[in-house]
Design a protein around this ligand. Structure first.
Ligand code: SF4
Length: 437
């Protein structure tokens, strides 16, 4: 019996090359054993190949990521049978094909779980932020899934840590290195990251054979989604608010929970003087699970800094906690929430406000203003001044930062940005004035 060594658990390219060469050389499935690690078996590349149905190739690219020791030999057997002229697809049920389908489905489900259950820590890195996520996959889905995640967030520095390994994206290259063997809560992950960060990033390599990510990209949301894991809030957040965030994670008060990835609860310190309310999470917030980390959050951060406000000292949240969108091809296009959705989600906004008791609630944009004031608001008319909500809460209306992103004319955009910074300056003055009382 000949033993074939592959470079890694998901060495799709290696497996394909070896399988093509050996099948064309007439080596039967029974004559082979497969293993991983050490020096990879080198089989002379064949210039010719043989036809395999595309559906079978896609299934194999998924199934090779299954944590099943016999997957390499099973896939070889299937491809061998195809080359022998057997029609595996569309005929009688075939036990080998059924086993590969089961593996592919399990991998898809695991990849979906990884994208929806992972929570990220925001870790300072050289004046910017790196998002470090932890997940324990059932299968070897890290490499292909990491490609998809960073493709959606090219501008964020990300690290995805698993027991099998870690993927690191620095906005230009995706590299792979060692992971964290033990299960980690937030504190353990943060301590490990702080201690190992430099070694991990230095030793990470580009040289990883990765199966086709596109096969994973076709994942649709399973209808029976499991409750989400613990929600990451600010270290200084109120424990009661953490409980509320965990309850909101499985909220079904309105239909927006169905297509969205997860509930995006607010975050910030328990003693925040101001609570900033936006409209709803965007595409990036929906995937990462944190508010204001996408383009609107970045412009808000910049404006806050110019106004002398420290984002870490305020609580940021949204009027609606699930992302509302329409799917256009692979893109998810933002949709404005309807009044009933804002009303349904006001339950959670009130929970946040009652726990935090902020001195000032900043309502950014029309949806937040409707939630906070209980009526339709023309932002241009009512922005820039302190008001009382019907429930007695002191509020301040301003534009939503995403409004600034949509202004096409550069001069108008610069003017509106400065007006936003002025509003933030006024908000800072109100908070400071209150501090002196
Ligand atoms: S949008 Fe708000 S009310 Fe609707 S399901 Fe999500 S958390 Fe619940």
């Amino acid at each position: 019996m000949q033993t074939i060594v592959l470079r890694g658990e998901t060495d799709w390219d290696g497996w394909r090359q070896v399988a093509r060469g050996l099948i064309l050389a007439g080596v039967t499935p029974a004559a082979l054993a497969w293993t991983v690690g050490g020096e990879a078996t080198d089989v002379a590349a064949e210039s010719s190949g043989f036809q395999v149905p595309r559906e079978l190739v896609s299934l194999a690219a998924l199934a090779i990521q299954a944590r099943e020791p016999d997957r390499f030999s099973l896939l070889y057997k299937l491809f061998w049978r195809v080359n022998q002229g057997e029609k595996l697809l569309g005929g009688d049920p075939d036990p080998d094909l059924a086993a590969v389908r089961r593996m592919a489905l399990a991998v898809r489900a695991d990849a979906h779980r990884m994208r929806t259950h992972m929570r990220y820590l925001a870790v300072p890195e050289g004046g910017a932020t790196r998002f470090v996520g932890w997940f324990e996959p059932a299968h070897f889905v890290l490499a292909a899934n990491a490609q998809l995640i960073v493709r959606r967030f090219p501008d964020l520095a990300l690290s995805i840590v698993t027991p099998d390994g870690a993927a690191h994206w620095d906005r230009s290259e995706l590299r792979f290195g060692s992971g964290l063997r033990e299960a980690a809560d937030d504190a353990a992950l943060r301590a490990w990251w702080d201690a190992e960060r430099e070694t991990l990033l230095r030793e990470a390599t580009l040289d990883v054979s990765v199966p086709e990510a596109e096969a994973l990209d076709e994942i649709s949301r399973p209808p029976d989604r499991a409750p989400l894991g613990p929600v990451v809030l600010h270290p200084k957040s109120d424990p009661a608010l953490r409980d509320a965030a965990n309850e909101a994670a499985v909220c079904q008060r309105c239909p927006l929970c169905a297509p969205a990835t997860q509930t995006v609860f607010g975050e910030g310190p328990a003693d925040a003087a101001a609570m900033f309310v936006g409209e709803q999470p965007g595409d990036q917030e929906d995937t990462i699970g944190r508010p204001f980390v996408g383009p609107a959050g970045q412009i808000m951060d910049r404006a806050m800094e110019e106004a002398g406000l420290d984002r870490r000292m305020v609580y940021v949240t949204n009027a609606v906690k699930h992302f509302k969108f329409t799917q256009r091809g692979k893109r998810r296009i933002h949709q404005t929430p309807e009044v009933p959705e804002i009303q349904a989600c006001k339950f959670w906004l009130d929970v946040e406000r009652v726990h935090l008791r902020p001195r000032l609630v900043v309502l950014m944009g029309a949806s937040a203003a409707r939630a906070g004031l209980g009526r339709g608001v023309t932002i241009s008319r009512e922005r820039g001044r302190q008001m009382r909500a019907p429930d007695g809460q002191t509020v301040f209306v301003t534009v939503h930062p995403s409004f600034l992103l949509r202004i096409p004319d550069a001069a108008a955009k610069a003017r509106e940005y400065q007006a936003f910074v002025r509003d933030l300056g006024a908000i800072k003055a109100l908070i400071v004035a209150e501090d002196r009382v």
